[in-house]
Design a binder for this molecule. Structure first.
Ligand SMILES: NC(=O)c1ccc[n+]([C@@H]2O[C@H](COP(=O)([O-])OP(=O)(O)OC[C@H]3O[C@@H](n4cnc5c(N)ncnc54)[C@H](OP(=O)(O)O)[C@@H]3O)[C@@H](O)[C@H]2O)c1
Length: 272
């Protein structure tokens, strides 16, 4: 039996190429399906033993484990399609907001949920994983080992996915936005272009990540930069005052959206 991957978009490409680069899977044991086969031409020329198809049913017939990397609103259609061919597959999906109980309402088999992060493009970051009780230990290890080859892996209960996603998968977007805004405002009243400002802050961000990676705690970095009564300390006072409210508002707002999204999916899965 092969390992099947359905969907070769942003996440599909990142994960499949990451797994291939680390030799985590034998290429003759992989089958990939996507709607537009042209997207897979380059991969097929690099790895001729990989089987490619635009037929999810054919993929389902040949696979015992199927990774679903399609857009969240397409997951239901894909499940209906593949379960028609086989019910005993191990289904692994990456759709944020799609709860285990919702997906189990149409597919009562083995399900693992993984929330990957774009940072896996660099072999870093955290993949969050949860399995339902039908997944056997060896099958859990298979999924966890694959993702461990392109990121760190954290097994979490379903109720922590929202906070976990904020801390991992969504965070690169928030961090990138905050940093680019910081550069835009910081350069005002200077002769720096936006490009120069971004370059300076990116290099500083890189250095700060390295300090953290070397074990320096957040507090030590803050203490060593912000001398008592100095200019940076004044800035920190503003951040202390405003950031807590800002982040509370941010997480409340996206929490409401997450809940609404979960409910909409639940309703959608109830329809025949
Ligand atoms: N982006 C992130 O950082 C991130 C993080 C964690 C989780 N996720 C989740 O990852 C999932 C995919 O996101 P993405 O950003 O990779 O989306 P994307 O770039 O739009 O990719 C989705 C891919 O699935 C293909 N597809 C759609 N329906 C299909 C079907 N019925 N059969 C075969 N292939 C099909 C699409 O093909 P076409 O090209 O023909 O449309 C496209 O290549 C979403 O559920 C999202 O919530 C994303």
């Amino acid at each position: 039996m092969k390992t099947g991957f359905i969907g070769y978009g942003s996440m599909g490409q990142m994960i499949i190429n990451g797994l291939l680069n680390t030799n985590a899977l034998d290429t003759d044991k992989i089958i990939i399906s996507t709607r537009d086969l042209d997207k897979l031409k380059k991969l097929k020329s690099q790895y001729p033993l990989i089987e490619i198809t635009d037929d999810n049913g054919l993929l389902a017939k040949k696979s015992d484990k199927i990774f679903v990397f399609v857009n969240t609103n397409e997951v239901k259609n894909v499940i209906e399609e593949i379960k028609f061919y086989k019910s005993n597959i191990h289904l692994i999906h990456i759709a944020a907001g799609l709860n285990m109980s919702t997906i189990q309402s149409i597919f009562p088999g083995k399900i693992s949920k993984v929330i990957p992060s774009l940072t896996s493009l660099t072999g870093a970051g955290v993949a969050l994983i949860n399995h339902n009780d039908k997944v056997r230990p060896a099958e859990k290890r298979f999924v966890e080992n694959l993702f461990a080859s392109i990121s760190e892996v954290k097994i979490i209960p379903e109720e922590d996915f929202e906070a976990g996603t904020n801390l991992t998968s969504s965070a690169p977007a928030f961090i990138a936005f905050i940093i680019s805004k910081y550069a835009e405002i910081a350069k005002q009243d200077s002769n720096f272009s936006q490009e120069e400002a971004e370059e300076m802050i990116k290099t500083t961000l890189d250095g700060t990540s390295k300090l953290l990676a070397q074990g320096m705690e957040f507090e030590e970095i803050i203490d060593r930069v912000a001398t008592k009564g100095g200019i940076t300390e004044e800035g920190l006072n503003i951040l202390e005052y405003k950031l807590e409210t800002l982040f509370q508002e941010l997480f409340t707002t996206i929490g409401e959206k997450y809940e609404k999204f979960q409910l909409e999916l639940k309703q959608e899965y109830k329809k025949n």
